[in-house]
Design a binder for this molecule. Structure first.
Ligand SMILES: C[S@@+](CC[C@H](N)C(=O)[O-])C[C@H]1O[C@@H](n2cnc3c(N)ncnc32)[C@H](O)[C@@H]1O
Length: 240
């Protein structure tokens, strides 16, 4: 089943996702950190730390949004990071952030669809993505294209929400994400759908072994899953 941000509107998932992120872009960073109590920052740090030994020089940040994962990836001392996103609103906020922080010479934020990347095969040393793949219209197409632009031996690091499975975290998290999160999200972002779409899309999204099976099927090697914070999120790594 495809979970759409706006159930009563026309348009593909991709169009609706871009519209939703355009609508919440100005409040996105605040809400992200507030609703996760800052844990999202630690998750991104952990994800990027998994690339330390690889020393990637050219990094692609897929579904970059306002660029927080791209910024974190500067810790790896790359020559360049390219972030792509389909939401002009998110990119605008990201570009302003890069300028403000003086990172605009290293991080390029460009409009682009992760399911149809406009880059040559075997271009990047590493491809990273945080909270992006769940929003793809066609998950396999997006993952396939990430693999295509990755150099042989290059690593992909995917950070995405998953679902805690053990008592009592499963119950607590379900209450938080279905009751509290949509309420605060609606109040702050003024978009009544965005923060109901979040738990609904997480619920439907493959995680753990199911997600690894998709990566395996697409030809990735050395696929691994690291659950974070009782399984609220997971990091998947794989090699081309
Ligand atoms: C939850 S945000 C994550 C942003 C950022 N990576 C972060 O860690 O905060 C998801 C982003 O994915 C983008 N997105 C969704 N589908 C996409 C696609 N097919 N191609 C590029 N970006 C996409 C959205 O526009 C949005 O900015």
């Amino acid at each position: 089943m495809t979970v759409l941000p706006y159930k009563d509107k026309e348009g593909s998932k991709k169009e609706q996702v871009a519209e939703m992120f355009n609508s919440i872009s100005k409040r996105y960073d605040f809400l992200n950190h507030f609703l996760s109590m800052g844990i999202d920052i630690l998750w991104r740090k952990k994800a990027i730390s998994l690339l330390k030994a690889d020393k990637p020089k050219l990094i692609l940040d897929v579904a970059t949004g306002t660029g927080d994962l791209a910024i974190e990836s500067l810790k790896l001392n790359p020559d360049k990071v390219i972030g792509v996103d389909i939401s002009e609103g998110m990119l605008e906020m990201g570009r302003a952030k890069m300028k403000r922080l003086g990172y605009d010479h290293k991080i390029e934020m460009t409009m682009g669809d992760s399911e149809q990347l406009l880059f040559d095969d075997n271009k990047f040393d590493a491809v990273v993505v945080a909270f992006g793949v769940r929003n793809f219209q066609n998950l396999e197409k997006g993952l396939e294209d990430m693999r295509r632009v990755l150099k042989d031996g290059g690593k992909v690091v995917i950070l995405e929400f998953s679902n805690p499975t053990a008592f009592p975290m499963k119950q607590l998290y379900s209450f938080y994400s279905n009751a509290i999160l949509p309420l605060i999200g609606k109040m702050v972002s003024k978009d009544s759908s965005a923060y109901t779409y979040l738990p609904e899309s997480v619920q439907e999204f493959p995680f753990g072994d199911d997600f690894l099976a998709i990566l395996d099927k697409l030809g990735f090697k050395e696929t691994k899953c690291i659950p974070l914070t009782f399984g609220i999120s997971s990091i998947y790594t794989a090699v081309k």
